[in-house]
Design a protein around this ligand. Structure first.
Ligand code: ADP
Ligand code: MG
Length: 700
């Protein structure tokens, strides 16, 4: 049998445009296309026809079940499988699937987080088909991407607000395009290419670490003799076993129509990255969730475990996700790309300014959209961008903006006065715009790269905030320009004003430099929210509620519930870590220290029996030191237990999250530090956990 080539099997498990066009009757296809592109309402008979075609296509490919696939606020995807079977009077079954089943589902929602939105007596939740993201087959199940909401219509998922934010941006961006004389663009959508980092370790090592199993990260572990200091892993030769995993993963993703493109080793040992080619934001979001799921499944097939936690190992680089974002028209014009004519350039500058203004006005929303207990270990540490949001534009673009602001000649390659609508901007080359890896939000030629996301974050959260904030800037611009007497003058002064008002957010320097924190906060007045409990409450700040509700991305009730859920997730995550630490300390590490002390005491006893002249000073010292560490651990375990119980009593989730941060995390750090020091002294044979070295270099 000849093997299929990639183009032959690419997308074979997706009910994509190609498939739709070939299996749907012409009018049905047209009608569905209109729904997909322009959000037109779907008629029932069209849905029925699509459902039948989808069922036949799926059954032909071995599917027996279907599911509404959705993204509740747990951070992972959810699915409930129903089989297609329908009994026939003669005792046989037929495979059935109706338009109604395609469009709407009613999963019992009582066990998903709602943040108090839905009274417990009304446990029904609804899933609604998102026809803009293609259905796909996973295993034997046809998965239909859906939005998830409550009986009252409030969003209980990440897809709904994301779709609403895309619509908000579309509406405002089209207003701007019309003002620039573009009458042909039908819609503007945002695109995202998420670069995904992850770790691979062997299953054997993973199984021996309860902390990895319960919390996704190591809660104990002394440094490995060799870590990432040699920088010999970054872009290094990919190990055969990892390469086999990557090949297998690519094949799975390609079948699902995901454009898996770039793969390489990352900075830390055992760390890797996979980036797909960018696509429409909500599709990219669904596909990123699917990609994370497939990474774990495929790793398991290869006897490995894929760690998606943002900080699985202390003292070693954590894993992030880069959200490359741009806006473009249905005709393929990237609005963040400088155009060919002066007029296009003015339009480019306006869209650029819209992003600058959005990021400055809504720094807090961007910061909190990446906040989790896990990501708190990265942001601000010397590896990920700082918790302070700022924009990197590069020298060239910054100089142009400055020249515009101050009406001075632009001192680029040729010195001249930049006049909007008259002069042509230079094209920004990638290499002049992408040199700064420490910036949270960097312009990279024709897109912005938001780098603060943790590897396990859903990209839905950052994109709904980014889209909404940019929609707000564009709305303000459009409101003014539509009523302006002199378009060009108003445009000029608006761009100038944006630069003047928001240049504080632009920072091209080193974001890891401690002096930046001082300058950012004290001189520029930017906000710095190092932890989740610091930033999350700002979701409910008046200006944020006003902006997000006015663009109909969220209702006030939805925002309140989200804030509650995010803080609750934080508390639960740290509490699970605390109980896992107690378990490991009490049942594994302290007994191991004592066992080793016992061995040493026997040695001392034995040596003394040989001769009184043997001092046994070294052994005695080790026993004394270890004894000090285990005493400290006993004490901290007790402390941690009390703090665990006491904080559990706090009703307000915000107060609880703060208490956990201020009282629980420090005890956890101290407990760990005793254990890690002991690990360096206890004989290898006695230590109950695989070491960092063994974990990080486990895959050969
Ligand atoms: P790196 O950041 O590692 O240098 P690239 O910049 O080449 O890598 O690409 C990173 C990601 O950005 C890829 O997923 C790529 O598809 C995506 N990307 C490229 N152009 C755009 C664009 N206009 N809009 C959104 N994403 C884009
Ligand atoms: Mg990148």
């Amino acid at each position: 049998m000849t093997e299929k080539t990639v183009p032959e099997y690419f997308g074979s498990m997706v009910f994509d445009d190609r498939t739709m066009r070939s299996v749907l009757p012409g009018d049905v296809y047209q009608s569905l296309r209109e729904t997909i592109d322009c959000g037109a309402r779907l008629k029932t008979d069209v849905a029925d026809s699509v459902a039948k075609a989808m069922r036949d296509w799926a059954v032909e490919r071995g599917a027996t079940h279907y599911t509404h696939w959705f993204q509740p606020l747990t951070g992972v995807t959810a699915e409930k499988h129903d089989s297609f079977i329908e009994p026939s009077p003669d005792g046989s079954v037929i495979m059935d699937f109706s338009g109604k089943e395609l469009i709407q589902g009613e999963p019992d929602a009582s066990s998903f987080p709602t943040g108090g939105i839905r009274a417990t007596f009304e446990a029904r939740g609804y899933t609604a088909w998102d026809p803009t993201s293609y259905a796909f087959i996973k295993g034997k199940t046809l998965c239909i991407p859906t939005a998830f909401c409550s009986y009252g219509g409030e969003a209980l998922d990440k897809k709904t607000p994301l779709l609403r934010s895309m619509e908000a941006l579309n509406k405002q961006a089209l207003r701007i395009l019309r003002l620039f004389g573009n009458d042909t663009a039908k819609y503007v959508h945002t695109s995202v290419g998420p670069e995904q980092e992850y770790f691979l370790i062997t299953r054997e090592m993973y199984d021996k670490r309860p902390d990895l199993k319960y919390t996704g990260r190591t809660l104990f572990g002394a440094r490995s003799p060799k870590g990432q200091e040699m920088d010999d892993h970054y872009f290094g030769v990919i190990k055969p076993r990892v390469q086999e995993f990557m090949n297998d993963l690519n094949e799975e993703l390609w079948k699902l129509g995901i454009y898996a493109k770039t793969e390489h080793n990352e900075v830390a040992p055992a760390q890797h990255e996979l980036a797909p080619i960018y696509t429409t934001t909500n599709i990219a979001t669904d596909q990123n969730q699917l990609m994370m799921e497939m990474m774990q499944k495929v790793a398991a097939r290869h006897g490995m475990v894929c760690l998606l936690h943002e900080k699985p190992f202390a003292g070693v680089n954590g894993s992030g996700k880069h959200n490359n974002w741009s806006m473009s028209t249905d005709t393929g014009v990237n609005l963040l790309s400088p155009g060919e004519t002066p007029y296009e350039n003015a339009q480019f500058l306006l869209f650029l300014c819209a992003v600058i203004k959005a990021v400055d006005d809504y720094q807090d929303l961007l910061r909190l959209s990446v906040a989790t207990a896990g990501n708190d270990h990265r942001l601000g540490a010397n590896e990920a961008p700082p918790a302070i949001i700022s924009i990197f534009l590069g020298d060239e673009l910054s100089a142009i903006l400055q020249a515009i602001e101050t009406d001075t000649p632009y001192s680029g390659t040729e010195k001249k006065l930049m006049k909007l609508g008259v002069d042509v901007l230079p094209r920004f080359k990638r290499d002049t715009t992408d040199r700064n890896r420490t910036s949270p939000f960097a312009f990279t030629g024709n897109k912005f790269e938001f780098r603060s996301l943790g590897s396990s974050n859903s990209i839905a959260c950052v994109n709904m905030m980014l889209n909404s904030a940019v929609a707000e800037s564009l709305k303000i611009y459009a409101d003014r320009l539509e009523t302006a007497d002199n378009f060009e003058e108003t445009l000029n002064s608006m761009i100038k004003k944006t630069i003047k008002d928001h240049k504080r957010i632009i920072f091209n320097g080193n974001g890891y430099d401690p002096s930046w924190v001082k300058e950012a906060v004290e001189v520029r007045g930017l906000s710095n929210y190092p932890t989740t409990p610091d930033c999350m409450p700002h979701l409910l700040d008046e200006k944020n509620v006003k902006m997000l509700t006015s663009h109909k991305v969220f209702s006030e009730a939805e925002l309140q519930s989200r804030c509650e859920i995010m803080l609750d997730n934080y508390c639960k995550q740290v509490r699970i870590e605390a109980s896992t630490m107690i378990y490991i300390a009490q049942r594994m590490i302290i007994p191991a220290i004592e066992a080793y002390e016992g061995r040493l005491c026997k040695v001392i006893e034995g040596k003394k029996a040989v001769s009184d002249d043997i001092s046994c000073e070294s052994e005695i010292n080790v026993v004394k030191k270890l004894s000090g560490f285990s005493d400290g651990m006993y004490e901290d375990v007790d402390k941690l237990k009390s703090v665990y119980d006491e904080t559990g009593e706090i009703d307000s989730v915000l107060d609880q999250s703060k208490a956990i941060r201020d009282r629980m995390l420090p005890v956890m750090d101290e407990l760990r530090s005793y254990a890690d020091q002991a690990e360096e002294m206890v004989g290898r044979v006695c230590w109950p956990l695989p070491s960092y070295g063994e974990l990080l270099f486990s895959v050969k």
